[in-house]
Each structure stands twice: as structure tokens, then as C-alpha cells.
Design a protein around this ligand. Structure first.
Ligand SMILES: [Zn+2]
Length: 316
């Protein structure tokens, strides 16, 4: 009896410290390795149909495998292949099955494609897309690692790297046909978190903030931490409709993008200067940890964001 109680206490203690120690699971070293690899010249700016994007997809697959993700239902691997005008394209997606509410889905996403080799300057022609959106993919992978270790998601978590965002969101459109959008409870799309936001250190903004209560739930979960989420301050830029969240949002999903980019003054945006050296890795790390904490009640199934009015009618 004494021994059993001791074992139980010890087990509880390890579980608690395990669950809480986000700092040990998502480290600066881990984040740095991911972002550095994804934005390296070797990936050639991850242009569509290039050897570089193939390398990026393989890298994401290997990280998913190392974390212990499973393929989505009906898929044999992480790669979700399809064609764009007869040419091969692929998303990379993996899941952590939910414990008691497996049919309810929560998506964490970013896009891994970028502009590839472009007309640059004399020194450089690779649009590395370090902020856009290697930073979002880094976050998505780090969140997968964290939640896998946490091992307490009641809902099923889907982690997806979309392709072809830059030429019209083809990856997210293909992905949205692979599941029933009515089963998707929330979507955390992450775009450009590599530099400090206009609200200062430890802040980020959420696009389409008023379209559902997703943002309010996230804010509530961050009360007492040093990090705060704000409504998108660049309403005239239409950011809500300019990323992969829009595809799912049109289908009624509370699908929002989280970003820290100062889009109105970002001189590196869509240029060869969007490089690893211009990023603030601490900003990326802090934002990832904030997203991890802010999503806790949604992955546990105790909070469910309100739906966004559906623009596209279901045909099934
Ligand atoms: Zn982007």
C-alpha cells in the first residue's frame, strides 16, 4: 500500500512536471534548427515543382516521423499528393489521434512553399522565405512535438504544411476536400512570426478576430502569462482572406491566422532579403509557446469556438 501510494505520487509528479515544462520541449536550439534548415539556400526558396520544395517536404516528413505523428485517415504516409495543372504538388500532414473526441479535429498549419528563385540582385536570387512562411512551419512542427509529449489531447490534432499558398492556396483547397469541414473545431494557421509585432515584445495578432470567439478563447488562456494576442491591426490589408485559413473559413470553420508581421512596413516581404539573418528567433519561440498554451482548452475539448458563417454550401 505504501509502495503503491508512493508510485502513484511519483507518477503524478512526473506527469505534472512533464506537462508543464514547455521550456524543455520547445527549446531555442530546436526552433533554430528547424527555421535554419527550412530557409537555407539548399531549399532554393521552396519554389513550386522545384528540387528545393521536394527537399523541404522530405525534411518536414522526417520531423513528423521523429515526433511520432500518424498519417491522416485514408493516407498511407504524410504526403498528400495531387496535381496543379498536370504538375505534381503535395501537402505534408500528420495527426495525433484524440483520446475521447477523436472525431473532432483541430488544425495547426502553415505553408511551406515560397517564391523560389527570383530576379534578385547581383548577390542573391533565392527568395528564402524565412519569415514567409518557414517561421509558420517551424511553429507547426514545434507544436506537434509539444502536444505529442503532452499526450492529453481529447480532440484529434492535425498538423499540416500546405503547398502552393503563394499562387492561390491550392494546397489548402485540396486539403479541405480530404475531410468534413463540419468536424473541424478550430484552425490555427501561422504566418510570419519571425519579427516583433507592432504591439511590441511578446505579442501577436489574430486575423478575422471578430468573425468568431476563437481569439477571445486564446486571450483567456493567456491571462497571467507575459504574452498577449491582439485583433489584426491591418484590416485594410485583408490578411484574413490572404492565407490558407480563408479556405476553411469559407466552409464555416473558425479558421484564423496568427502573425506578428508588420506587413505595412516590412521591406523584406516577398524579396530575396527575407532571410534567416533578419529573423528574431526569440520572437518565434515566444509566439510558439503562447500558441501552445492558448490552444490548451480547445485541444482538451473544454472550449469550442463559435462557427464562422459559411460562404460555400455543402454538396454532400
Ligand atoms: Zn505567407
Amino acid at each position: 500500500m505504501k509502495k503503491t501510494l508512493y508510485t502513484l505520487v511519483a507518477l503524478l509528479f512526473t506527469q505534472l512536471t512533464f506537462a508543464q515544462d514547455i521550456n524543455k520541449i520547445i527549446t531555442i536550439k530546436y526552433v533554430d534548427r528547424l527555421i535554419k534548415t527550412l530557409s537555407s539556400d539548399e531549399m532554393e526558396g521552396r519554389g513550386l515543382y522545384s528540387p528545393g520544395i521536394e527537399k523541404a517536404a522530405s525534411f518536414i516528413e522526417s520531423e513528423f516521423k521523429a515526433i511520432g505523428l500518424k498519417p491522416m485517415e485514408g493516407e498511407t504516409g504524410f504526403r498528400q499528393s495531387f496535381e496543379i495543372e498536370g504538375k505534381p504538388a503535395f501537402n505534408v500532414a500528420g495527426i495525433i489521434p484524440g483520446k475521447s473526441k477523436a472525431a473532432e479535429l483541430v488544425i495547426f498549419s502553415g505553408h511551406y512553399d515560397h517564391l523560389g528563385i527570383v530576379k534578385g540582385d547581383a548577390q542573391d536570387s533565392i527568395a528564402n522565405g524565412a519569415d514567409d512562411d518557414a517561421s509558420g512551419i517551424t511553429a507547426m512542427i514545434a507544436l506537434a512535438k509539444y502536444y505529442k509529449k503532452l499526450n492529453n489531447n481529447e480532440r484529434t490534432l492535425i498538423f499540416v504544411a500546405f503547398t502552393a499558398e503563394e499562387i492561390g492556396g491550392f494546397g489548402s483547397k485540396h486539403f479541405s476536400k480530404k475531410l468534413n469541414p463540419d468536424h473541424v473545431v478550430a484552425m490555427f494557421n501561422i504566418e510570419m512570426i519571425g519579427k516583433e509585432s507592432k504591439f511590441g515584445k511578446n505579442t501577436a495578432f489574430i486575423t478575422g478576430f471578430d468573425k468568431s470567439d476563437f481569439g477571445k478563447i486564446l486571450q483567456k488562456n493567456l491571462v497571467g502569462t507575459e504574452f498577449t494576442f491582439h485583433p489584426d491591426p491591418y484590416i485594410r490589408q485583408n490578411l484574413f482572406y490572404r492565407s490558407d485559413n480563408a479556405t476553411l473559413a469559407a466552409l464555416g470553420v473558425p479558421a484564423h491566422t496568427i502573425s506578428t508581421d508588420q506587413i505595412d512596413t516590412d521591406a523584406f516581404y516577398h524579396t530575396v532579403k527575407d532571410e534567416y539573418s533578419t529573423l528574431d528567433t526569440q520572437n518565434i519561440l515566444a509566439t510558439i509557446k503562447a500558441i501552445a498554451k492558448s490552444a490548451i482548452t480547445i485541444i482538451k475539448g473544454t472550449d469550442t469556438p463559435s462557427r464562422i458563417p459559411r460562404l460555400i454550401e455543402s454538396h454532400d
